[in-house]
Design a protein around this ligand. Structure first.
Ligand SMILES: Cc1cc2nc3c(=O)[nH]c(=O)nc-3n(C[C@H](O)[C@H](O)[C@H](O)COP(=O)(O)OP(=O)(O)OC[C@H]3O[C@@H](n4cnc5c(N)ncnc54)[C@H](O)[C@@H]3O)c2cc1C
Length: 419
């Protein structure tokens, strides 16, 4: 048996469906959201696009078949994500936000929790979920062992309830469609201020309809313009004990598995954005002579740069495919490759979009071309989803220095069989 990168007929069909959806529907997102100056209004304007994405079956893909979903493998999701992100990053980012909320239930929840929390999202594909992880004081040190630092959102047990207090921000989707709350939050918190995250970090599912959940502000981002980033306050929010996924102390495992899933998929979004920048620069280089004697692609500097860009895009695509497959085969346990994908593809994406701007020249820095907007979207990738400097490189550092580290596990580890 050899290694086969050939896509199956279903995968080719899925990719084509995603490409058609992106080029026919999502192509209008940018011009739609440009009409609004407030970040929440831009986000609300994407609701019809999300509805269409749900109608086309892209939301269902996030959920297992047993709960009404389509249960598509992460690699297949990546094939679709590349196509969507090549045209718009905002609607895919809403899907990613939903995924961050529900994946703890999908991967670590009990049967009862899955039945309670998942089918709602399939029934109405525009229902929104959010992961409330990032503290207003920073996210990188959420697992710092000293209990005086890190996550300051607490779920304190009172009888048969958790009482949650804390403040979060960048809680994607957290405003819901009404500016008040979304359908469900996965809140990252600690159950005891005196205990380390290793003993007390937890993920608690919080329905948005409960009293005590407030949107206290909105952060405006320079890219991902219609991804809503609210500040949230949880004030004496009471949930039953069985809304916790796993037990206190399971939080680090749940959060890192969650972010391994997004890490692998963000590779696909980066490939989509790079691809869009490359295609634009290539077309420009072939057509435009910049008042010279021939199209600029004939200058070796331009041609070589385009070749270098394309090489990096291809490398990122196959790394992404491998890490998505690895995520599923290992049940999310092997995370080195996923984190490397996130770091490598996101930083390569910024470089490649910048190179596309250098090919096009000064006009790329204006609204005559889409590249400056793509750059604003690209710059988010290394910074969000656990920034590459604080959280992600630290994850890699700790994996590499761990006593049982096997450098061959990521490339060659055998984890099981793909579903
Ligand atoms: C569009 C968008 C969507 C987002 N969606 C969500 C979401 O849905 N839910 C959510 O909870 N968050 C979300 N975030 C926040 C995002 O996940 C952040 O990347 C994450 O919270 C970590 O931020 P940070 O790495 O910059 O950490 P910070 O804690 O802000 O650290 C900042 C910097 O300090 C330095 N630093 C800090 N600690 C260390 C350390 N231990 N070692 C080395 N350097 C260190 C690093 O240079 C680091 O880059 C979103 C952000 C954006 C922009």
């Amino acid at each position: 048996m050899g290694i086969d990168f050939t896509l199956s007929a279903e995968q080719i069909g899925l990719r084509q469906a995603a490409r058609d959806f992106a080029t026919q529907v999502l192509k209008d997102v940018r011009k739609t959201i440009r009409q609004y100056s407030r970040p929440d209004e831009r986000f609300y304007a994407t609701r019809p696009f999300l509805q269409k994405a749900a109608d086309a079956g892209f939301v269902k893909g996030l959920f297992p078949k047993e709960y009404g979903g389509a249960g598509i493998p992460t690699l297949d999701f990546a094939l679709a994500a590349e196509e969507l992100a090549a045209v718009d990053v905002n609607v895919p980012s809403t899907l990613l936000g939903n995924g961050l909320c529900v994946k703890p239930v999908v991967i670590f929840g009990t049967e009862e929790q899955k039945r309670r929390f998942l089918p709602d999202f399939v029934e109405d594909g525009t229902r929104l979920g959010a992961l409330a992880y990032t503290e207003v004081t920073g996210g990188a040190n959420y697992d710092t062992p000293d209990p005086r630092y890190g996550v300051r959102t607490f779920a304190i047990r009172e009888g048969d309830e958790w009482v949650i207090n804390g403040e979060k921000h960048y809680t994607t989707n957290g405003t819901g469609w009404d500016g008040k709350n979304c359908h469900l939050y996965a809140v990252v918190c600690r159950t005891d201020p005196g205990k380390s995250p290793q003993e007390s970090l937890a993920v608690v599912m919080v329905p948005g309809s409960l009293p005590g959940i407030k949107v206290t502000g909105l952060i405006d981002t320079v890219g991902h313009r219609a991804t809503v980033s609210p500040r949230m306050k949880f004030e004496n929010v009471r949930v039953p004990l069985d809304n916790m996924i796993g037990k206190p102390g399971d939080g680090i495992k749940i959060v890192s598995t969650n972010f391994a899933w997004t890490a692998a998929l963000i590779g696909a979004a980066c490939v989509g954005v790079m691809r869009a920048a490359f295609d634009h620069a290539l077309e420009f280089a072939k057509k435009d002579a910049r008042s010279g004697p021939h199209p600029i692609i004939d200058y070796p500097t331009v041609g070589y740069m385009l070749a270098d860009m394309k090489m990096r895009i291809e490398a990122c695509r196959y790394l992404t495919w491998k890490s998505c497959q690895q995520f599923d085969l290992s049940g999310g346990k092997e995370q080195e490759l996923a984190v490397m994908t996130k770091v490598f593809c996101s930083e390569t994406c910024v470089d490649v979009v910048y190179d596309a701007m250098r090919v096009v020249g000064v006009d790329s820095y204006t609204d005559m071309h889409p590249l400056a907007e793509l750059m604003n979207d690209a710059m988010c990738f290394p910074l969000y989803d656990g920034g590459n400097m604080g959280a992600r490189r630290r994850q890699l550092h700790s994996i590499i220095k761990s006593p049982g580290y096997d450098s061959h596990l990521a490339p060659y580890g055998v984890f099981g069989h793909a579903k």
